[in-house]
Design a protein around this ligand. Sequence first.
Ligand SMILES: NC(=O)c1ccc[n+]([C@@H]2O[C@H](COP(=O)([O-])OP(=O)(O)OC[C@H]3O[C@@H](n4cnc5c(N)ncnc54)[C@H](O)[C@@H]3O)[C@@H](O)[C@H]2O)c1
Length: 388
Amino acid sequence: MVVNITAQRRVGVALLGYAFMGKAHSHAFKAIPHFFHPPPAVPELVVIYGRHEERLREAALNYGFKKYTTDWRTAVRDPEVELVDNSLPNNMHLEPTLEAIESGRHVVCEKPLARNSEEARKLRDAARRAKVKTMVAFNYRFVPSIQFARQLVKEGTIGRVYHFRARYLQDWLVNPSAPLTWRLKAEEAGSGPLGDLGSHIIDLARFLVGEVEAVTGVVRTFIDERPLVEDPSRKGRVTVEDAFAATVEFDNGAIGTLEASRFATGRKNFNNLEINGEKGSIEFNLERLNELRVYLREWEDDGLTGWNTVLVTERRHPYIDRYWPSGHIIGWEHTFINEMYHFLKCIVDDEDVAPLGATFEDGYRCNVIMDAILESAKTGRRVKVSFS
Ligand SMILES: NC(=O)c1ccc[n+]([C@@H]2O[C@H](COP(=O)([O-])OP(=O)(O)OC[C@H]3O[C@@H](n4cnc5c(N)ncnc54)[C@H](O)[C@@H]3O)[C@@H](O)[C@H]2O)c1
């Protein structure tokens, strides 16, 4: 028997950027039909965009794209394309994403939505006006343990939330000879670990606890010159912070701290958060993403006081029924599969991206909070957050 693949609904994808996120996203699109049965649609990898033709051609072959182009407008406007995935550096989020929305394509855009809240507002406004679906790729919302933690908070298992504490730590800049890539230039990245790592934990703070009302912040650049990528014998200026720390006040009365650094020696991708409530606490660490640590005060009555490590691989846990039997752990790449499945389902079934997916409103609000932290760091004052 011959399988009639043309009978399946297909969604043509244009991928902008073929590097780190390009690899993660294209893998996710291809894996969806493998795990989600039946898939809402089969993603069809139509066209990939990048600047360097040779590397781009290789990426197209390796990832399985039909076409490649060094002109992002050609990719966005390709008649076979229904969904544009913007996995480019932050300075390339605004223009291609606007163009994609305005030409009637659904868009998933990498985080942070933009370099600053002014750019993010333009994207949020365009998304509001448009009929297409839009999502910011805050993939940590799609870790099963994180969605399970959210359920525990929403269902009141840990009661009223008092504290949210998050640290996202890496150490790849401790080496002074690490090159001056786009992530270290304000013009391209907008900010340093604040936008790169901090945007994830700001989004998780809002996803898990609630809206942020006020912040204070400090930022520091420890090494202000680095070898140029194009000529390592010369140096250029680092124009973003190397680390930030902030306090946050939530509108529900909880308070919290946020910290991100690329100078946390020994920490590779330590995305750790803790929520303390009146009835219990929750702790998550991305480097052990199948686990959630839970403490409940009711266990104190049984003399069973202590933190319990829950292996979040049971069928009752979010997304797990799509993968393996209990105890067969999943990995970081599965967060992108879950995320892209969610977006595809929203497109095909005309469902809302919220509350599980991050909308462009969420992306805009995250940028506003980031700007407020930078303003506080500059002025030394507490800054009230206001969204327009
Ligand atoms: N969700 C996550 O966990 C996560 C992780 C990493 C990065 N990101 C985000 O994904 C986006 C891309 O980051 P990445 O890590 O994949 O980048 P990367 O550093 O791996 O690669 C960037 C690529 O973009 C190319 N590039 C640079 N400037 C360009 C331009 N003006 N036009 C076209 N191409 C250009 C570079 O040549 C390089 O190939 C960023 O917005 C970043 O914040 C998200």
